[in-house]
Ligand binder design. Structure first.
Ligand code: FAD
Length: 461
């Protein structure tokens, strides 16, 4: 941990967003002695996990004037990580054994995640810090502080001054639409997974789903329940890939990526196969966007790299007044938000110091050079993948908090391994009871659960 040079002080902090990252940021800031105002444009906490049957008017999300629907959750969504590694560390995401209305599965539905986040907010009285239905429309530095302009549900604007702003606004709302040669003159329908909700509209259609990771694997199988045929275009696969998948609906194929789309309605894959498709569904990810942020050009987003950001959290010249929680995607999410929030809170109070801005820039430039040397494209700057645990250990050590438990990282790795090898049933068939047992014993030893650790979901239940 870098030694503190300043006396511990309390700051007035604005948090933007009351999803998982904003909730834990508010809690950690409050715990450190700061006063906190959370701005949330929705009526409730939970962010992404607030399912809405509504989707946006532009199914590809390209029209900048479209009214935004924040959530990207589809009706059938279940978590893609096992619950025991997902939750915040002193509030584990375990089944509510005495409430039968709740989903006790190891990979529960989106409704259970929302209920968990609401429980967390209630337990730690976070809602008291939240201004609901209040959207932040502008954030800018003024004389060493930060001016936050917000707009409430009556369209009334207010300017307030804060010592610091923590951005927790999420990054699964602005679709990234992969380019397909020839798509402009292709006559079919196109939709991004952000606007996918239920399979009904695809009844009897031939559908091409682009992308084969968590959302692509799920949505292709969901659509296959009603569609005539579903063809997955998978970028990670060899050019010759062409395989009929063994699924109960018997109508699902996997191909290599798309070569071109043609004006006669066909989609041609790199494996040479062509299908006459009605709809293309893009499960191709999201773009970072912070429309409210005004930094006089200091910060920018280039090819999905938010820069400059020291360790994905602090923009050197604007730190510690401006910070971001939750930018890196994939892997352990909530615990990452927790550790980043502890770091932000400790730096703001002066308990931990950051290096000088020029040192942070040097570190950043070296890390960008490293990505380039490894051939990692700029757009994957915030995808930590295998190095996430090193990153989290670094941040945890910096702010003097507990490192990530090895069982947690192993649960994530084994879970993703199953997702890739068994996308049909990875949520209901597993072989890591040893790790679940370790997790529940850990919760019990810390007195975080009220039931015996031997009560954990066993494989096949
Ligand atoms: P969000 O949940 O998006 O919250 C951001 C909040 O900020 C929202 O409430 C929004 O209304 C508010 N906001 C935004 N802009 C403004 C503004 N200008 N003013 C006021 N408020 C604003 N993670 C897992 O751990 N397990 C999973 O199984 C899992 N499944 C996922 C499935 C899908 C389809 C997706 C897209 C992601 C999944 N994730 C999963 C990752 C998930 O995004 C994180 O777990 C987490 O919920 C993100 O929280 P967040 O607070 O960063 O963002």
């Amino acid at each position: 941990m870098a030694p503190a040079q300043n006396p511990i002080s309390s700051k007035h902090v604005a948090v933007i967003g009351a999803g998982a990252s904003g909730l834990i940021a508010a809690r950690e800031l409050h715990r450190e002695g700061h006063t906190v105002v959370v701005f949330e444009r929705e009526k409730q906490v939970g962010g992404l996990w607030i399912y809405s049957p509504k989707s946006e008017s532009d199914p590809l999300g390209l029209d900048p004037t479209r009214p935004i629907v924040h959530s990207s959750v589809y009706e059938s969504l279940r978590t893609n990580l096992p619950r025991e590694c997902m939750g915040f560390r002193d509030f584990p995401f375990v089944p509510c054994v005495d409430d039968f209305s709740r989903d006790s599965r190891r990979y529960p539905s989106h409704r259970e995640v929302l209920a968990y986040l609401q429980d967390f907010a209630r337990e730690f009285k976070i809602e008291e810090m939240v201004r609901f239905e209040t959207e932040v429309v502008r954030v800018e530095p003024v004389d060493g502080k930060w001016r936050v302009r917000s707009k409430n549900s009556d369209d009334l604007s207010e300017d307030e001054i804060f010592d610091a702003v923590v951005v927790c606004s999420g990054h699964y709302t602005e679709p990234y639409v992969a380019h397909i040669p020839g798509i402009k003159s292709w006559p079919g329908k196109q939709i991004h997974s952000h606007n996918y909700r239920v399979p009904g509209p695809f009844k009897n259609e031939v559908v091409v789903v682009i992308g084969n990771f968590a959302s692509g694997a799920d949505i292709s199988r969901d659509v296959a329940k009603v569609a005539k045929e579903v063809h997955i275009a998978s970028r990670g696969s060899e050019a010759s890939t062409y395989e009929k998948l063994s699924v109960p609906t018997n109508n699902l194929w996997i191909h290599s990526e798309i070569e071109t789309a043609c004006d006669d309605g066909s989609i041609v894959f790199k494996n040479g196969k062509a299908v006459h498709a009605d709809t293309v569904v893009y499960c191709t990810g999201y773009k970072y966007k912070f429309p409210f942020l005004e930094t006089n050009g200091y910060m920018s987003i280039d090819d999905n790299r938010v820069e400059p950001l020291y360790k994905h959290v602090f923009p050197p010249a604007l730190a510690p007044g401006l910070s971001f929680v939750g930018l890196p995607g994939m892997g352990i999410q909530l615990v990452m938000f927790e550790i980043q929030s502890k770091w932000v809170a400790a730096v703001l109070s002066g308990r931990v110091t950051l290096p000088a801005p020029e040192k942070m820039m040097e570190d950043l430039i070296a890390s960008y050079a490293m990505l380039e040397a490894l051939g990692i494209p700029k757009r994957h700057t915030h995808k930590l993948g295998k190095i996430q645990s090193n990153y989290l250990d670094w941040v945890a050590e910096e702010c003097g908090c507990q490192l990530v438990e090895p069982w947690r990282t192993q649960l994530v790795d084994r879970g993703y391994g199953r997702l890739v090898s068994n996308p049909e049933n990875y949520r209901d068939e597993w072989d890591d009871d040893d790790l679940i047992k370790e997790a529940y014993e850990d919760f019990a030893s810390k007195k975080l659960i009220s039931f015996l650790p031997s009560y954990f979901p066993k494989s096949g239940r």
